[in-house]
Design a protein around this ligand. Structure first.
Ligand SMILES: [Zn+2]
Length: 148
């Protein structure tokens, strides 16, 4: 079990594995009940059940990159098996591989984006820990200044 604790112990630990599972099911990483998305890839501003805010997320391009990596490995594996073990007509290759790629990409993109956002929540990244990125970067320097 990987659980992240703050050094001062002021906040409750967040279970990373549980959050990833909830995010992959497109549910709120905090409570597992509320929906994470309001539309296909549009993240809801907050959980309708527990009120956890999601607008902090910075998933950006990571979900498409991860989706391409996963789908690429799956489709290329099937293509290699088909080419090595079977003699399929060209039209089968033209029809099947793009359709499989599109279907897998659409099926995996939302769960992967949910897992990325849940990971950011569990690790208290990008404001999920109650502190904006700019404040988190500047605070240690400011605290060093006051300590002198
Ligand atoms: Zn919730």
């Amino acid at each position: 079990m990987l659980t992240i604790h703050r050094a001062d112990g002021a906040e409750a630990p967040r279970h990373v594995g549980r959050a990833l599972g909830r995010g992959a099911r497109c549910r709120c990483p905090a409570c597992g009940e509320g929906r994470l998305f309001s539309r296909f890839l549009k993240v809801a501003p907050a959980c309708e059940v527990c009120g956890t805010e999601f607008h902090h997320h910075r998933a950006d391009d990571l979900p498409p990159y991860l989706t391409m990596a996963v789908v690429g490995h799956i489709v290329v594996w099937f293509i290699l098996i088909a080419v090595i073990d079977f003699e399929l007509p060209l039209w089968v290759h033209v029809v099947v591989w793009p359709a499989l790629t599109l279907a897998l990409s659409l099926a995996l993109l939302q769960p992967i984006k949910g897992a990325v956002i849940a990971l950011q929540w569990a690790l208290r990244m990008h404001g999920f820990g109650g502190m904006a990125d700019e404040e988190a970067i500047l605070r240690p320097a400011a605290e060093r200044e006051t300590a002198r």
